[in-house]
Write a protein that binds this ligand. Structure first.
Ligand SMILES: Nc1ncnc2c1ncn2[C@@H]1O[C@H](COP(=O)(O)OP(=O)(O)OP(=O)(O)O)[C@@H](O)[C@H]1O
Ligand SMILES: [Mg+2]
Length: 247
């Protein structure tokens, strides 16, 4: 089993000054895993994702990518970053570029692909998320759900090994949540490896094969959706779930 791990997070901690935001986080990601990270606001979910893609530098611990500690390998981080895609709550598209250019620019600048190759690849993923009719639109002309689907196509066009999502549907009007979740379900069924911070409990329960419950910077509970949702042992997880059930 050990040879096919993509990511191994070991004893990861992150402090902001005296505030210990993450403590001793351990988990594994295998190819094709869909891991949902759930937990209350402020529990450290975004910080964990930001540490994994090195937007934040962990204070201690290790992140092994195919067995190599990416924090120890000098000059290795850019290559690692290119292999870990990120989709943000607020889309983070380039407003001054068309949809097509948004999905090409990383490929030409970072991956050094030719324009023709980048365009072909961008079109493939824009079709996949149903946004190919909008290639010439600017992000401001799109709905939130459409913007998020473009952001997903842009991340996929970089050919990542793992795709990180930080609350991809939280900024959307309710009627647009479904179209984005449906794209994410398709990706999961195609075997794309994903780590998803989400408040969508149905997604966590039905689509992911692992669930990590964060509370106060530690993992309060982790396991299969059946373990975590049907047989939670952590009192904080039980309380967290009851809030959703009563919502
Ligand atoms: N750059 C920073 N500097 C100082 N403190 C930070 C920073 N980023 C996050 N924190 C603190 O770390 C804690 C965890 O924040 P984080 O954003 O990871 O939580 P979260 O679980 O993603 O919450 P939410 O569900 O609201 O998005 C919070 O107390 C937050 O104030
Ligand atoms: Mg967050």
């Amino acid at each position: 089993m050990s040879e096919n791990k993509i990511l191994e997070i070991r004893h990861l901690s992150k402090d902001f000054g005296s505030h210990k935001v993450l403590r001793d986080i351990d988990f594994l990601v295998h190819p094709g895993d869909v891991t949902s990270i759930i937990g209350a606001s402020g529990s450290g979910k975004s910080t964990l994702l930001r540490c994994i893609n090195l937007l934040e530098t962990p204070t201690s611990g290790e992140i092994l990518f195919h067995g190599e500690n990416i924090m120890a390998c000098r000059g290795g981080a850019p290559a690692y970053r290119a292999k870990v895609g990120m989709v943000f709550q607020s889309f983070n598209l380039f407003d001054n570029m068309s949809v097509l250019r948004n999905c090409m620019v990383g490929q030409t600048k970072v991956l050094k692909k030719s324009k023709a190759e980048a365009e072909e690849n961008a079109m493939r993923y824009l079709k996949k998320v149903g946004m190919d009719p909008y290639i010439n639109a600017r992000p401001r002309q799109l709905s939130g759900g459409q913007k998020q689907r473009v952001a997903i196509a842009r991340a996929l066009a970089m050919d990542p090994e793992v795709l990180l999502f930080d609350e991809p549907t939280s900024a959307l009007d309710p009627e647009m949540v479904g179209e984005v979740l449906s794209v994410m379900r398709d990706l999961a069924s195609e075997g794309i490896t994903m780590l998803v911070v989400t408040h969508e409990m149905a997604f966590a329960r039905d689509v992911s094969n692992h669930v990590v419950f964060m509370c106060d910077g530690v993992i309060g509970e982790k396991g299969t959706p059946a373990d975590v949702f049907e047989h939670p042992s952590n009192p904080r997880m039980i309380e967290f779930l009851s809030r959703f059930r009563n919502a």
